[in-house]
Ligand binder design. Structure first.
Ligand code: 3HC
Length: 312
């Protein structure tokens, strides 16, 4: 279903411009993809949100509507009409599509936010890099896979336009986007990606293509050490959370955050790095733990499954 009609633009110049980059295609309409689509649409970018079926797209639209209503309530307290207008205006900048090839044909920026699976991401880019304009920026929202590995099957010209744009959950609220540069990316692509991040009201932090970039490289050892602290009986999950919130000023304690991010996601990331992360392989900080393994095995994945370190 379309929220607004597909907008066609002639793509003439070979150097991408900031106005080209206002046409954004987001692949994957889960929490992250729909969040990225939403924040771009809120700043009047023309966004196409793509997924494999209509059901997934409708779910993504639901995430956006709910979050937009939250933002609107804060922006226009006591003014229901203005709130509705704000929500409708943002949604009016989003087109839903199940046709990935068509959706990138005039995109200035393609952001992929699908499942953390290297092959799946590579397949998407191999296909879409051919269909997108030959100056479009190609970006992955991967949280743990090397940007250079995702881009490896692409041509050199495509790899020069390939970058990491790592958003944080909940996307509408978290102000940071990591801009991840591989060794092959053009400086212009980096500069354009930084400008895009600023244009959607976020703050960029540029970093090299190393495991975890900045935030997850520091967050994952913290989470794993918290689990080990719990396992060794030093304190309860509740007390560790209270300690970090009130003693270190974190908005969530480590166990609340683990449950929020998803225990399967955490396990997937640390297992990958422990096995083959550049410079991290075999590092005890990233070794999974009995407690984490048991919870994941039992399907207790955190907030999304109703149970993790806590019950929801
Ligand atoms: N859409 C829009 N606004 C949202 C929102 C959403 N989905 N979720 C929260 N907000 C806003 C609220 O409206 C509220 O705004 P206000 O302060 O201006 O009134 C603000 O966020 C706080 O929300 P709440 O009052 O409902 O709840 P909390 O105060 O408990 O905050 C939180 C919730 C923002 C999630 C906060 O606990 C937090 O910042 N937690 C840490 C989150 C974090 O670390 N995220 C990164 C995870 S790592 C990651 O994503 C990387 C990945 O690769 C693994």
């Amino acid at each position: 279903m379309k929220i607004s009609s597909l907008r066609k633009h002639a793509f003439t110049s070979s150097a991408i411009t900031q106005s080209d980059i206002r046409r954004v295609t987001v692949i994957g309409s889960g929490q992250m993809g729909s969040g990225i689509a939403q924040v771009a649409a809120m700043k009047q970018h023309e966004v196409t949100l793509v997924d494999v079926n209509q059901e997934a797209l409708e779910r993504g639209k639901g995430y956006m509507s709910k979050s937009l209503k939250r933002v609107a309530k804060k922006k226009f307290p006591e003014d229901a009409k203005a709130q509705n207008q704000f929500v409708e205006k943002a949604l009016g900048h989003v087109t839903l599509s199940t046709n990935a090839s068509k959706s990138v044909s005039n995109a200035g920026l393609v952001v992929e936010a699908v499942v953390e699976n290297l092959k799946a991401k590579q397949n998407i880019f191999v296909k879409l890099a051919m269909e997108a304009p030959d100056n479009a920026i190609l970006a992955s929202n991967t949280s743990s896979l090397p940007i250079a590995k995702i881009a490896a099957p692409l041509t050199l010209s495509q790899r020069k336009r390939f970058i990491g744009l790592h958003f944080f959950n909940p996307v509408p609220q978290m102000k940071l986007v990591e801009v991840v540069r591989s060794d092959e990316v053009d400086q212009k692509t980096v500069d354009d990606a930084v400008a895009f991040v600023k244009s959607i009201g976020k703050t960029p932090a540029v970093c090299k293509d190393t495991p975890g970039f900045i935030v997850n490289r520091l967050l994952l050892p913290y989470m794993m050490e918290s689990i080990r602290l719990l396992e060794s009986g030093v304190a309860s999950a509740r007390d560790i959370d209270t300690a970090m919130k009130l003693g270190a000023g974190y908005p969530m304690g480590p166990f609340e955050l683990c449950d929020y991010v998803g225990l399967d996601t955490i396990k997937f990331i640390v297992d990958g790095w422990y096995k083959e992360g550049a410079g991290l392989k075999g590092n005890k900080l990233f070794e999974s733990s009995k407690k984490l393994d048991e919870l994941v095995q039992a399907g207790s994945l955190g907030v999304k499954s109703g149970k993790g370190f806590y019950d929801y």
